[in-house]
Design a protein around this ligand. Structure first.
Ligand code: PMT
Length: 413
């Protein structure tokens, strides 16, 4: 789980190094964003040491923005947790202001937001604070605490920040994440295929391709951020599993085909980003093949076309294909859009210098009656842009305003 921990300026900020440790013990990656007044209570140096990440304090820090902009940070987060949350930050969140990095990020994120208020008991009881509390809760924010007990000011009552261990246990509980995940795809299931397949020749050799899985994994993550249940059917890759996503690992095209069809019945959107081997060896040798001849031939047979088989189902999910091409990218993509009967196709130029394995990508998306080009950008960023478009098209074609499909001129792949 990627957690942006916003720390604001209350005395309970001194407990945040402990909170970071508790979150990390539960497997969360924690990126800290501090307000200026938080720095009066706890130092960025301590927090950097316990979080293992540079601390973000300033919206106008050019160097930090260049490495991960506040928008990327907003997208990176599976959860924004503000602890301690002062009366001031609650008022800013309720009013929708964005004078600093933390409030800007809260406006820009699609991730759920949870706050752990901490303040003097009289402040907490103030009607203005309570009105802000109610408004934030109505908008879907989770309010954790506050606790009742002795306060730093020497008074006794409600206003203490919850114990760091209790906050960490609450936000890392899968039911908490499930309860707060919201977005345009809440209640929908998205199935993504990613990575290459491996087609064995004998026990030690196989046919494969250069797909790293980065594009498909980023799409799975972006779909999860939009509130969907996400199933990721992945070929063999070296990537960390995206948070909150159900990963099914496969090796061959036939296994990917079987895993996809085993789950497809509940799927609303199918996105085929995998580079599936079109052919596989007709026979798999049971022992290592020996080099007895100067030349050898392998007979290859066609693998099942997973994307086409899903698009041919009776009750078809919204189906998005990729077309990885080295030439006539748009023409071949249009052909696949029509021949495979897809809702959308992502035309992806690939070669020794682009597409496969790189961290960046540029694509053109085509559908019946429309197209959109996406310039070179990080695959993680592109995935969010693609998911925005997919949601837009999914809603307009499967919603009440369904448009008739236009005809397409195509060529064979
Ligand atoms: O993994 P990365 O290193 O990040 O690289 C990303 C990518 C280049 C692999 C990705 O962006 C991409 O373009 N994926 C599709 C690769 C591909 O195999 O394209 P294709 O044109 O050969 O296939 C067309 C479509 O049919 C694809 O959606 C593919 O997943 C699907 N297909 C193909 C063959 C097959 N047997 N079954 C399929 O489902």
């Amino acid at each position: 789980m990627n957690i942006v921990l916003g720390i604001t300026g209350g005395i309970a900020a001194y407990k945040t190094p402990e909170l970071v440790r508790r979150l990390r013990e539960r497997g969360a990656d924690v990126q800290i964003v501090m307000t200026a007044s938080a720095e009066e209570f706890v130092t960025p140096t301590s927090l950097q040491a316990v979080s293992g990440r540079p601390i973000r304090t300033n919206l106008w820090d050019k160097e930090a923005e260049a490495s991960m902009s506040h928008i990327e940070l907003a997208r990176w987060a599976d959860l924004v947790l503000i602890a301690p949350a002062t009366a001031e930050i609650m008022a800013r969140l309720a009013g929708g202001g964005a004078p600093d990095l933390l409030t800007t990020l809260c406006l820009a994120t699609e991730a759920p937001i949870a706050i752990a208020p901490a303040m003097n008991r009289v402040m907490w009881a103030n009607p203005a604070v309570q009105a802000n509390r109610d408004m934030l809760e109505q908008r879907g924010m989770r309010i954790l605490g506050p606790d009742v007990g002795s306060q730093a000011c020497g008074e006794e009552g409600a206003g203490r920040m919850l114990d760091p261990d209790d906050i960490a246990a609450a936000v890392c509980d899968p039911e908490f994440a499930g309860a707060v995940v919201d977005g345009p795809l809440a209640g929908k299931t998205v199935l993504v295929t990613a990575g290459p397949t491996r087609e064995p020749i004998d026990p030690v050799r196989y046919i494969t391709n250069r797909s790293s899985g980065k594009m498909g994994y980023a799409i799975a993550s972006a779909a999860h951020a939009k509130g969907a249940r996400v199933i990721l059917v992945s070929g063999p890759v070296m990537l960390q599993e995206p948070n909150g996503v159900e990963v099914q690992r496969v090796e061959t095209a036939e296994e990917m085909h079987a895993a996809t069809h085993a789950s497809i019945v509940d799927v609303d959107i199918f996105i085929a980003a995998a580079a599936v081997a079109d052919y596989r060896p007709a026979d798999r040798a049971t022992q290592k093949i020996k080099k007895t001849k100067d030349t050898m031939s392998l007979e290859l047979v066609r693998s099942p076309d997973i994307l086409a088989s899903v698009a041919a189902l009776g009750d078809v999910p919204f189906t998005v294909g990729f077309a990885a091409e080295t030439e006539r990218v748009r023409d071949y993509a249009l052909g696949k859009l029509e021949n495979k009967k897809l809702d959308m196709i992502v035309a992806n130029r690939v070669g020794s210098d682009c597409g496969f394995d790189y961290d960046d990508n540029s694509v053109e998306v085509l559908w019946a009656g429309g197209e959109r080009a996406f310039p070179q950008m990080a695959k993680t960023e592109l995935a969010h842009e693609l998911m925005d478009l997919i949601v837009e098209r999914f809603t307009s074609t499967r919603g009440p305003d369904t448009q008739p499909a236009l005809s397409i001129v195509s060529i064979k792949d």
